[in-house]
Design a protein around this ligand. Structure first.
Ligand SMILES: Cc1cc2nc3c(=O)[nH]c(=O)nc-3n(C[C@H](O)[C@H](O)[C@H](O)COP(=O)(O)O)c2cc1C
Length: 267
């Protein structure tokens, strides 16, 4: 894949993520008990301890090396959506988050030395209002200080509120955009990625250090950049796990959304 992407003229990038043994993703878009998701997360990182969290970052080192060996030239660490790294980097969940942030700095610096572009994806909010009410800005700023080339601003924890991850409602999209713009303005010397119906934000006055990230529009139409009028229609078929289906589909693909009906050359 890396070779094909590189041959196509792009930097081949890969996202590295981990959860933990026994992790179960909910099928629901909004979880029943956000308080217990946070409490369980705190207990998990406590149980992991300093050696356990150091081992996780070491595993990200190893995984980065495997990716580089296969030709990837951009490595993104998934520190968002309630997966393990997102718990380890947030002082509201992990009392030893500083140690993880320091280890991540070293990883970012090592990859920079190897001339590999880096990014860290975070969630601006979890979706649990009582948790998000305090400390979100401090968390965002602590991550923005790390030496990754980009901080990719997502939102939501998978087992708390998926609507924040894949925003569709205008108010949720507007909040994601305004929070992303605020973070970018607070750190004008750092580079960020805005996602969540990002093309809707393109006409707004975006800071120069805020770059656009696209997902569902490109699932709907791999040629979306050349055909911006033919993007995602918000029909939700791509949420295959939540829909108890086995593979990705899109209403735009025709014939019930089978990838095999995509026009030749469009993949
Ligand atoms: C089918 C699907 C799979 C996704 N998988 C991931 C993933 O593995 N990691 C991640 O950080 N975000 C994932 N996302 C979230 C997207 O990266 C993106 O942030 C989100 O869809 C909002 O952007 P959009 O409006 O451009 O789609 C996924 C989204 C969809 C629809």
């Amino acid at each position: 894949m890396a070779a094909a992407i590189t041959e196509g003229g792009s930097i081949a990038g890969i996202q590295l993520a981990t959860s933990w043994p026994g992790y179960v993703g909910t099928r629901k878009f909004v979880g029943n008990d956000p308080g217990s998701v946070i409490e369980d997360a705190r207990a998990l990182v406590e149980q992991l301890g300093p050696d356990g969290s150091a081992a996780i970052i070491n595993a990200f080192h190893e995984a980065s090396d495997v990716a580089i060996g296969h030709g990837y030239r951009h490595v993104q660490l998934h520190g968002a959506h309630g997966y393990l790294l997102s718990l380890l980097i947030d002082s509201r969940i992990n009392s030893r988050s500083e140690e993880t942030l320091d280890r991540l700095s070293l990883l970012a610096e090592r990859l920079a030395t190897a001339r590999v572009e880096t990014s860290l994806r975070i969630s601006l909010l979890t979706g649990y209002a009582a948790f998000d009410a305090a400390g979100a800005k401090r968390f965002q700023d602590s991550v923005a200080a790390l030496p990754f080339d980009f901080i990719d601003l997502s939102s939501g924890f998978y087992n708390i509120d998926k609507r924040l991850i894949y925003p569709s409602r205008p108010d949720v999209i507007a909040l994601r955009h305004s929070m992303s713009i605020n973070v970018a303005r607070r750190h004008p010397d750092r580079k960020f990625i805005l996602s969540g119906r990002a093309v809707n934000a393109a006409s707004e006055a975006l800071p120069d250090n805020l770059h656009l990230g696209l997902c569902r529009d490109l699932i709907a139409n791999p040629l979306f950049l050349a055909q911006p009028e033919q993007g995602c229609e918000n029909r939700s078929k791509c949420h295959y796990f939540s829909r108890r289906e086995g593979s990705l589909r899109c209403a735009r693909w025709g014939d019930g959304g089978n990838a095999s009906t995509l026009p030749l050359g469009a993949m």
